[in-house]
Write a protein that binds this ligand. Structure first.
Ligand SMILES: NC(=O)c1ccc[n+]([C@@H]2O[C@H](COP(=O)([O-])OP(=O)(O)OC[C@H]3O[C@@H](n4cnc5c(N)ncnc54)[C@H](OP(=O)(O)O)[C@@H]3O)[C@@H](O)[C@H]2O)c1
Length: 347
């Protein structure tokens, strides 16, 4: 594609989607959570759980009796959140563990430390994310949106799958909830240029990472259910929510965004309600492979249902993360062993 178009189109797509979501929010009330069952004895990890929607998710799950582990990359902020939540929920089963999703080493270390605790794991909330960051790479050299929002969660989920499987049981599955976004509708996944090297656009990179999360969720759920595992995976879309996620907008857009956010954006608690619902509501017991928005199952983008694309992304992600086939594929999904070996790293 002619490069100016490759730069402008993702921006236009993202803003058109944003306007559509705001119009929807203008005419529809925010989804309000039903009374949820107690979650005593259940353990949850919430990535990015110290602020924004992640904090609200941690707060609600902790108030239901869940043992919540906030996984984040800002220790001070995390410990402050823990103190607040312990006080508010009246129990001490809220804690912070360091996790930098922009470092695959950090993801592996986090999983090792978590597993060393000997705790079960019933709920994994893949919430953390960044948006519209100027071109930057993760510690491992991946484009930041792709590397942090998607690849970090891909590795985290896979390394925790054995624990999620062991902790779930029929009639009380473990749940993986991944926070995507309406921007995924504008996402284009270019398997030959996942890192946006030919022409970088932060809008396109964010949308792509959110589409990748939906593709990943569907493929993961399909594999889990075909194995008969007691684990479900769903993607949620929180709508447009007034959080720090918008801090990377250009100054003019920030000036416009602030008053609009006051009027039309959801609050972090409203935005988090879809995640909490997917994590705890009884009606979703055993149901996965869904895209949930404002209290309903929605159709996600056409490309997110493309099974070949799901599989190709999965295979490419395994190769990108240099996961040993024994560890990820042999351990989790034996059928893919042969294919992963043939992969060439193009990106
Ligand atoms: N706000 C919206 O309108 C909206 C709409 C659709 C989807 N979403 C999605 O909702 C999720 C939550 O976002 P939010 O709106 O609540 O924004 P937020 O308040 O900025 O929260 C993002 C969280 O991700 C954490 N994070 C960032 N980099 C990290 C890293 N390297 N390692 C671990 N954690 C990291 C942040 O921690 P630090 O800041 O301390 O690093 C923060 O806790 C994101 O996935 C976002 O894409 C948001």
């Amino acid at each position: 594609m002619w490069w100016p178009l490759a730069l402008i189109l993702p921006v236009i797509r993202l803003y058109v989607i944003g306007v559509r979501v705001l119009v929807y929010q203008l005419f529809h009330k925010a989804f309000s959570l039903p009374v949820l069952p107690r979650q005593n004895g259940r353990v949850a990890i919430v990535t990015g759980g110290a602020k924004g929607m992640g904090y609200e998710t941690s707060r609600h799950l902790a108030s239901l009796g869940t043992h919540v582990v906030i996984a984040g990359n800002e220790e001070e902020e995390g410990l402050i959140a823990v103190k607040k939540l312990q006080k508010e929920c009246g129990h001490r089963k809220v804690e912070f563990m360091y996790l930098d999703l922009a470092s695959l080493k950090s993801v592996r270390e986090f999983v090792e430390r978590f597993k060393a605790r000997g705790l079960p794991l019933h709920t994994l909330i893949n919430n953390a994310g960044v948006m519209l960051v100027p071109e930057r790479t993760t510690e491992d050299g991946f484009e930041l949106h792709f590397g942090l929002n998607y690849l970090g969660h891909f590795l985290l989920t896979n390394l925790l799958l054995d624990l999620l499987r062991d902790s779930g049981k029929s009639g009380r599955c473990s749940r993986i909830v991944t926070v995507s976004s309406a921007t995924h509708y504008g996402g284009r996944l270019d398997l030959n240029d996942l890192q946006g090297r030919s022409c970088y656009c932060s809008h396109g990179a964010y949308s792509q990472s959110k589409l990748a999360l939906v593709l990943f969720t569907y493929h993961l759920h399909k594999q889990l259910s075909s194995r008969g595992d007691s684990v479900t995976a769903n993607a949620v879309d929180p709508g447009m929510v007034d959080t720090d996620l918008y801090q990377n907008l250009c100054s003019l857009a920030q000036l416009l965004q602030k008053p609009v956010a006051k009027l039309l954006f959801r609050t972090p608690a409203e935005g988090a309600s879809m995640t909490i619902y997917a994590a705890a509501v009884s009606e979703l017991e055993g149901h996965g492979g869904l895209y949930l928005y404002n209290g309903e199952t929605k159709i996600s983008s056409a490309s997110s249902y493309d099974k070949q694309l799901q599989e190709k992304l999965w295979t490419r992600s395994c190769a990108l993360e240099y996961l040993t086939h024994q560890r990820l594929v042999g351990h989790v999904f034996p059928k893919q062993r042969g294919r992963v070996k043939q992969i060439r790293l193009k990106s």
